[in-house]
Design a protein around this ligand. Structure first.
Ligand code: AHR
Length: 326
């Protein structure tokens, strides 16, 4: 009887020791829930951006609640409210437009939920309402587009160069910043000016529609350069130009932003002159920021994280451009 009691006590001690010595859980846990609200599905670029973030989060074994706002801000706000009600561990979202997010961000703050902005930025009186913004430098993209135009016409300083700007959605941050960056660069040359701006909302159909309208009213005659804020609108414009005698890439210099595979084909075919890359592969950076934040060691997360980007143009080696996955 005494022996049995000793063995029982020994087993109990062994059990307690084993539980106490169990290795610590790895930093990344699979019971963390992230709410991800994407702004739309307007372009291949956007789809690649969504995939990259979902893959990045899943790689870290986070559970993801994914919602798409389908280019409707009210819908996105409701999606974010549903994440707060669910009490997710963190919210990641692409703001469709710059304004109107403060009330819902304050609700997240009151609920103690951190928010990371991805891709687009917001106008807000208080930048404390979000932990970090991870995305491209839109102003630098506009700058790069302008520098290409300056270089292209550098041997013709006396010639007046007219630029048509095919802009994105009026209320979105890349639209203002790309415009500012472009104007800042061409402002260094006296002979280059934006003489007209039209809005194509970042979609192919709208891009085609507005360029078609200009063609109809004979308003492309004076234009030397088309600066388009994204590839989808450029593809729409190229479609519209097929109905004219204008040769894109020759009679009309075309500079576009994004770097989708289908626009690189147009660059190789000589119908587009310059493609400023906008990097959609945000997943790694987002997952890394969340990991550091949830680590519990109070690691610093930069308030602004810019992703690396480049430029492809008819001045470079087009064979060396790596295949794009978007
Ligand atoms: O916010 C990034 C922009 O949005 C991309 O350039 C464009 O393709 C998308 O619609």
């Amino acid at each position: 009887m005494k022996n049995k009691l000793v063995s029982l006590l020994f087993l109990l001690w062994l059990l307690i020791t084993l539980v106490a010595c169990k290795p610590k859980e790895p930093t990344v846990q699979n019971n963390i829930v992230i709410g991800f609200s994407q702004s739309g599905t307007e372009s291949s670029w956007r789809k690649a951006h969504t995939t990259s973030i979902l893959d990045g989060l899943k790689k870290n074994k986070y559970q993801v609640i994914y919602r798409n706002g389908l280019m409707d801000q009210e819908r996105q706000i409701q999606d974010i409210r549903s994440f707060i009600a669910y009490r997710v561990d963190m919210i990641v979202f692409t703001p469709l437009t710059k304004d109107g997010w403060e009330p819902v961000l304050k609700e997240a703050e009151q609920a103690g939920i951190d928010v990371i902005l991805v891709d687009r930025d917001i106008n807000s009186a208080s930048s404390d309402l979000y932990l970090s913004h991870i995305g491209p430098s839109f102003k630098a993209e506009g700058n790069r587009a302008g520098i290409y135009v300056n270089n292209y016409f550098k041997e013709q300083p006396e010639r007046k160069i007219n630029v048509l700007e095919l802009s994105g959605l009026t209320s979105a941050s890349p639209t203002t910043l790309r415009s500012d960056g472009f104007r800042e660069a061409i402002g260094r040359e006296q002979n280059i000016t934006v003489i007209q701006t039209v809005y194509g909302d970042y979609t192919r159909n709208k891009g085609k529609e507005v360029i078609r309208n200009l063609i109809k009213h004979n308003q492309l005659k004076e234009i030397d350069v088309l600066f388009s804020h994204n590839d989808e609108m450029t593809l729409g414009a190229l479609d519209a130009l097929k109905e004219t005698a204008i040769q894109p890439g020759k009679d009309l210099i075309i500079v576009t932003i994004d770097g989708q595979e289908n626009i690189i084909e147009e660059l190789r075919a000589g119908r587009v002159n310059c493609v400023v890359e906008c990097n959609p592969q945000a997943g790694y950076y987002v997952a890394r920021a969340i990991e550091r934040r949830l680590d519990g060691d109070n690691k610093q997360i930069p308030h602004e994280i810019y992703m690396p980007e480049t430029v492809f143009s008819d001045q470079g080696d087009l064979d060396s451009i790596p295949t794009r996955n978007y």
